[in-house]
Design a protein. Structure first.
Ligand code: FES
Length: 225
């Protein structure tokens, strides 16, 4: 599948932000993922052509980071942390509740919902914690996890936002985030449109649009540190 001219223009706009075009490999991988809903060999070849890297180099980057998905994850990807703090505070029960409510075992997805284990997501003080489309919710109980899945299935929200998740389904938090993000927890770059989230960030993909000043630095196209 070749990319439409608009997508190539977006990619070139992002490449122009870097001193070397190969440095744009990670954001371009998100664009490739967004284009087809998952990362395909062809998408990675486009990234290689645009960045001057070899397809093997692009694949080595893509395969290193778990957020680059080669399989469709549905519209809502629910990632349940199973690392030590969350494990000790009931992550297994939360995961089972998610699997049961979604009718999907961890590692699989239907058109709407994907379920996965996640390693520590940096919210140990608010364990057990999980992410929906990489938006955080802390202090989750099995009962609240079930409610959350039912909400995703029934309400089908267009945009997932951490504050809303926390209000509806969260419990004890690790701390109040020092940096308030009016537009959600994700940085200024196009975040996770393949997974149906962060629509308010999508305009950053438009050619010529720069990140707003004072925004959190992003570790990649898709996430803030
Ligand atoms: S162990 Fe779950 S957030 Fe750190």
């Amino acid at each position: 599948m070749s990319w439409p001219a608009e997508t190539i223009a977006r990619a070139n706009d992002i490449i122009a932000r870097y001193p070397e075009k190969r440095s744009a490999v990670m954001p371009l991988l998100y664009i490739a993922m967004r284009e087809e809903g998952r990362l395909t060999d062809e998408g990675m070849r486009h990234v290689a052509e645009l960045t001057g890297l070899t397809p093997a180099q692009v694949q080595s980057v893509a395969s290193f980071y778990v957020m680059y998905k080669t399989e469709s994850q549905g519209k809502y990807l629910v990632s349940v942390c199973s690392s030590i703090s969350c494990f000790l505070l009931g992550a297994d029960e939360v995961l089972h509740a998610v699997e049961e409510a979604a009718g999907i075992p961890a590692g699989e997805a239907d058109d709407e919902i994907g379920v996965e284990h996640a390693e520590c997501i940096g919210a140990c003080g608010g364990a057990p914690a999980c992410l929906v489309n990489y938006e955080l919710v802390e202090g989750v109980t099995p009962a609240k996890a079930k409610e959350m899945i039912e909400w995703l299935r029934n309400a089908k929200p267009e945009v997932i936002n951490a504050d809303e998740l926390q209000t509806l389904f969260g419990g004890r938090r690790s701390f109040d985030w020092a940096i308030k993000e009016d537009n959600g927890a994700i940085g200024p770059y196009p975040a996770f449109p393949p997974f149906g989230t962060a629509a308010h960030n999508t305009p950053a993909l438009e050619p010529g649009r720069l990140a707003p000043s004072g925004s959190r630095p992003a570790t990649s196209e898709g996430g803030a540190s």
